[in-house]
Design a binder for this molecule. Structure first.
Ligand code: ADP
Ligand code: MG
Length: 400
């Protein structure tokens, strides 16, 4: 990755006595009671903060977005307060939360870590307003981009501030994520298998089209599979499906076929007549899905067939999206078989996406995946071969 690296600045002693601003991705799920439900992203942001402290930073200012608040209209549910509390526990030192921070009307004690309240509350954040970015760029000496999960968006704290920052560099999480994914994208070991599943084709259409030009096998699942089944003239009953995108699904199949590759379709599926955790699950031949049924998982024969392909793959496997409604145990078996096959795969394995990570956690195979990305959208956009805005601006600033 072409960027100034924060780790190198620390090693050179360039951080000593400097104010450091870190754009992290602390957008974590919150529980009903408002506490942090999963702290993976907070843990993943600690190396950059510790690095700043060890480098002798005068103060460490960390910010992130949380959820999708309305700019300029702070509400209690949008506050990073629970994140500050969890971060303080993990760091073993106080983390003070600062609100209304854009103009720097706050003081910091030497070596203090402060969390700057939800940056998406600032008017102009989402639209990357240049005046907002310029004001924020005055808050510190060194600006660290460590928010891989938001690296595919050009907002004031993920892009604009890095244009105007005195020093703009990449944090350790960003570097690690980008380098791991670049390795597969730039020069993928072969065969390369991609699994793109989950709820909708519409959200993953461009990634499907781009992957169809690159991968040896493309496996689809979830609502995406239903659209491919409809495109192949199979009955899908009342499954989650996007009829408008049947043409796109056909185009992906044709692109793969033209390269001598394919998108395997299941011989069997698991159906139910209602979308409920306790709905009776029936395994059926794909051809036999009735009008009042919905496909909620791939069938055991298909799961076994793709699992064996993956277990024999000495190249690389990239995975985004559960194969079925894995949250309901009766419809989780296809995703579980896939997760176990990826765990057993001799090749390089890479997975990313919010629900995909939840599935991996559910089946306890996280240790056996070579690389798990904290990013969902950013992970997919890198797989597509897009240059993320964060990477583009940091590369540009590396020339200063
Ligand atoms: P990720 O967050 O990993 O990118 P997605 O958000 O695209 O994944 O998709 C995950 C969701 O898709 C899960 O909540 C899962 O229940 C749902 N899903 C998977 N298969 C089906 C299906 N056949 N019908 C309806 N929903 C499905
Ligand atoms: Mg999701």
């Amino acid at each position: 990755m072409k960027a100034k690296k924060f780790a190198e600045l620390v090693a050179q002693g360039a951080v000593q006595g400097k104010r450091v601003f870190i754009r992290a991705d602390l957008n974590v799920p919150l529980a009903e009671n408002g506490s942090v439900a999963d702290d993976t992203r907070i843990r993943a942001s600690l190396p950059a903060i510790r690095m700043a402290l060890e480098g002798g930073a005068a103060a460490v200012l960390v910010t992130s977005h949380l959820g999708r608040p309305k700019e300029g209209e702070p509400q209690a549910k949008d506050s990073l307060a629970p994140v500050a509390a969890r971060m303080a526990e993990l760091l073993g030192r106080p983390v003070r939360l600062v609100t209304d921070w854009v103009d720097g009307q706050f003081t910091t004690a030497p070596g203090e870590v402060v969390l700057l309240e939800n940056c998406r509350l600032n008017v102009g954040e989402k639209k990357n307003n240049p005046e907002l970015a310029q004001r924020i760029a005055k808050l510190a000496d060194i600006f660290v981009h460590d928010a891989f999960g938001t690296a595919h968006r050009a907002e004031a704290t993920t892009y604009g501030v890095f244009e105007y920052a005195p020093v703009a560099c990449a944090g350790p999480l960003l570097v690690q994520e980008v380098e791991a994914i670049e390795k597969v994208v730039a020069n993928p070991p072969r065969p390369l298998i991609a699994i793109v599943a989950g709820s909708k084709v519409s959200t993953k259409l461009t990634v499907l089209q781009n992957l169809a030009e690159k991968v040896d096998t493309l496996i689809v699942g979830g609502g995406i599979l239903n659209t491919f089944l409809m495109a192949a003239g199979k009955p899908v009953g009342k499954s989650l499906v996007e009829p408008d995108l049947v043409g796109e699904a056909k185009a992906v199949q044709e692109k793969m076929a033209a390269r001598g590759a394919d998108v395997p379709l299941p011989e069997d599926v698991v159906v139910a007549s209602e979308f409920r955790a306790d709905a009776p699950a029936t395994v059926k031949a794909t051809e036999a899905v009735a009008a009042d049924e919905m496909i909620l998982d791939v069938g055991p024969q298909f799961a076994e067939r793709i699992a064996q392909t993956i277990e024999a793959c000495t190249g690389a496997v990239v995975w985004n999206g559960p194969l079925g409604v894995f949250e309901f145990d009766a419809f989780a078996k296809g995703t579980e078989r896939l997760a176990r096959a990826i765990a057993a795969c001799p090749g390089f394995t890479l997975a990313g996406g919010g629900d995909t990570i939840a599935a991996i956690e559910k089946f306890g195979t996280a240790d056996q995946v070579d690389y798990i990305s904290t990013g969902g959208g950013a992970f997919l956009e890198m797989l597509e071969g897009k240059v993320l805005p964060a990477i583009e601006i940091l590369a540009k600033r590396a020339e200063d």
